[in-house]
Design a protein around this ligand. Structure first.
Ligand code: NDP
Length: 623
């Protein structure tokens, strides 16, 4: 493994042969033809006539009696946010933890997404949390889905989180009871129990969406969303057994995002014919997977080894904020696509001479790096894809971070197979779905099976988050969270909400915004929550609630200094709420403007001091 320092790689100077203006004009043109006035409303959820597509293919639902007891801590969401919260609470002696999930087990997004080829684009040694505690060493640089799912189960077992868990259970309501200083939680399984503390962490990828294409409900063949794979139809399994069921099938895939990039090479191997319906191409850089290298294995063996890697990850990723300062040496012990992009971004920002530094000169320098990176990706397509028309259609025309960057070694070569056909829709999306196939530009492509790699609701904020959760949280004075957030999410650190005592949220906005390593962000939040709960219990208090002043100050700072990740001039997608970035709600979908590393160090120091002056604690003697 190369150990990179703060001085490498060097910044780039844009190749003078590149016609910057022509490329930027092309970017704008491609964006404009994709903007749709209905924005996110162009999609359908897996509800109503599509409800069956949401059924759990993995675990049969078990009958059980309703639960009517009391627990100290309830966490809604059994993905890595709930697992980390449970683990950190147990470490601090809070044993009485209940995790609830609609899935039949732990794992969250990895429980549901078992499509062939599923893997994580962030290096396993930083993505898979609690390695040291569970004594596990990942097998690959970038782990595949089954290994990550197994690790979720390992955390659940190691910390005894299965004992009290409620799976296949959907919360219908959580209400704060001022007289008892407790939350009452109700579910679709008839449960009605109380909990002193409530945690919520539903993940950004829990509400699947289907394209709102005319005729979608008429298709008579096999249909699935990638988050609910049907191996009984395709054959094979998530571990990579051959999908023999597809040998005589014409398969269509709608979508070419991060999921499709992983899925398409697998489908290409087994489908008789594969039609890839593309609205916007992804950028796809190389990956280079393999077993863990010796240097990383050594670090993992040291006490605090994973923490050291995580620290290195955040410090390098923070290059997006131009940090650390020039001349400061930062080892990149992780060296994956995210840290390398962070490093390059930092080098580029620092390439502007100090006396010429201004927002404009820095943006221009970063723009040159972006153009260079995108030109590299477009050239990579030409070097791999043999058919010139297909190669041209696969080229992405937007800034790198307008869309989620992709990394895969087998995606582009899949288009050289004779059974794989790229159907480009010139930015318009598929026109219509018929009972027998998909129509693009007036031509029908008959298929036996239609796979929606059409993603998840992600970018919307405020009350939409509550809407996505599917249950209401009723706080002090009977105020519903969707009402409190009608004009955008308001929190302290993305975790605490005034008016909602003893409640903690784990999510990306308004906190570390470590989108490149969500589990790391989850675990920092979990450590923080556990430290606060331990403190409240040790003090003999019943309630903890962020003060209105502290929350307002944080929100004002976000509104003043925050820059939403999704830019209005970008091609539409979930980063920029499908091109609709106006309004306060979107403006509040930001991370700490000082950057991930600053946030993480600040929050860890806050925990270490353990005073939490922004959190009012009360003894109500109500129980
Ligand atoms: P995305 O939202 O990224 O992609 C959805 C795709 O569906 C896009 O290509 C979109 O096109 C296309 N689409 C939507 N409507 C239509 C239509 N009417 N006609 C044709 N195409 C259409 O979803 P993914 O599931 O791919 O990825 C979601 C997220 O999951 C990722 O961004 C990433 O954060 C996460 N992920 C993470 C992985 C990891 O490594 N950790 C791996 C895989 C996914 P358009 O772009 O034009 O909107």
């Amino acid at each position: 493994m190369t150990i990179h320092t703060g001085t490498e790689p060097e910044s780039v100077t844009l190749d003078p042969a590149i016609d910057k203006d022509a490329i930027r004009a092309r970017y704008a043109e491609e964006r404009d033809k994709r903007i749709r006035p209905e924005g996110i409303n162009q999609y359908h959820r897996l509800e109503g006539k599509f409800a069956e597509l949401a059924d759990d293919p993995w675990t049969p639902v078990q009958e059980r009696e309703p639960v009517t007891d009391h627990v100290t801590f309830t966490f809604i969401g059994g993905g890595f946010s709930g697992l980390c919260a449970g683990a950190q609470l147990k470490k601090r002696g809070v044993d009485d933890v209940r995790i609830i999930d609609t899935a039949g087990g732990f794992g969250g997004v990895w429980y549901w997404n078992r499509y062939p080829g599923a893997m994580c684009d962030t290096k396993s040694v930083v993505y898979m949390p609690l390695l040291e505690e569970t004594g596990y060493v990942p097998t690959e640089l970038w782990a595949h889905g089954p290994e990550i799912l197994e690790h979720a189960g390992r955390i659940g077992k190691h910390f005894g989180l299965y004992d009290n868990a409620l799976f296949h259970t959907k919360v219908t309501n959580a209400t704060w009871d001022e007289t008892s200083s407790r939350w009452t939680v109700e579910t679709n399984r008839g449960d009605r129990f109380t909990t002193q503390f409530l945690g919520i962490g539903l993940g950004p990828l829990s509400t699947a969406k289907l394209p709102g294409v005319p005729g979608i409900e008429d298709f008579a063949g096999q249909t699935m969303h990638t988050s609910r794979w049907n191996y009984s139809y395709t054959g094979g399994d998530a571990l990579g057994a051959p999908m023999t069921g597809l040998a005589d099938k014409r398969v269509g895939v709608i979508g070419t995002g991060a999921t499709a990039i992983q899925l398409i090479p697998e489908l290409a191997k087994y489908a008789e014919e594969l039609f890839v319906f593309q609205r916007t191409p992804s950028s796809v850089a190389e990956r280079g997977n393999g077993p863990l290298d010796e240097a990383t294995l050594q670090i993992l063996k040291e006490p605090g080894g994973q923490e050291k890697l995580l620290d290195s990850f955040t410090r390098n990723w923070d290059g997006f904020f131009g940090k650390p300062e020039p001349g400061v040496v930062v080892e990149d012990l992780v060296d994956d696509a995210w840290t390398s992009l962070g490093r390059r971004m930092r080098a580029q920002m620092h390439s502007v001479p100090l006396e010429q530094m201004s927002p404009e000169t820095v943006m221009a320098a970063v723009g040159d790096l972006d153009l260079t990176l995108m030109e590299e990706r477009r050239a990579r397509i030409d070097s791999i894809v043999e058919d010139p028309t297909t190669a041209e259609n696969l080229k992405p025309w937007y800034d790198l971070f307008c869309k989620r960057p992709g990394f895969h070694d087998d995606y582009l070569p899949a288009f050289n197979r004779p059974n794989v056909h790229l159907v480009d829709t010139a930015g318009q999306g598929v026109e219509r779905i018929t009972p027998t196939g998909v129509v693009v530009d007036g031509q029908e492509y008959p298929v036996d099976c239609l796979i929606y790699a059409s993603g998840f609701e992600y970018g919307t904020g405020g009350s939409e988050i509550v809407n996505r959760a599917g249950f209401e949280v009723v706080g002090r004075g009977g105020i519903e969270l969707s009402e409190a957030w009608a004009d955008g999410m308001e929190t302290l650190h993305g975790m605490h909400v005034h008016g909602y005592p003893n409640m903690f949220i784990i999510q990306l906005w308004q906190g570390s915004f470590l989108g490149a390593n969500v589990t790391q962000s989850n675990n920092y939040a979990a450590e923080n929550i556990a430290a606060i709960v331990e403190k409240v219990l040790a003090e003999g208090n019943d309630e903890v609630e962020v003060t209105k002043e502290a929350q307002d100050e944080w929100v004002e700072m976000l509104l003043r200094d925050g820059v939403p990740f999704g830019r209005p001039d970008c091609t539409p997608g979930y980063y920029n709420d499908d091109g609709h970035t106006e309004g306060r709600t979107f403006k509040l979908n930001v991370g700490d403007p000082r950057g991930s590393y600053s946030f993480v160090t600040m929050i860890q120091e806050w925990c270490r001091r353990g005073e939490f002056p922004e959190l009012a604690r009360r003894r109500t003697n109500s129980i």
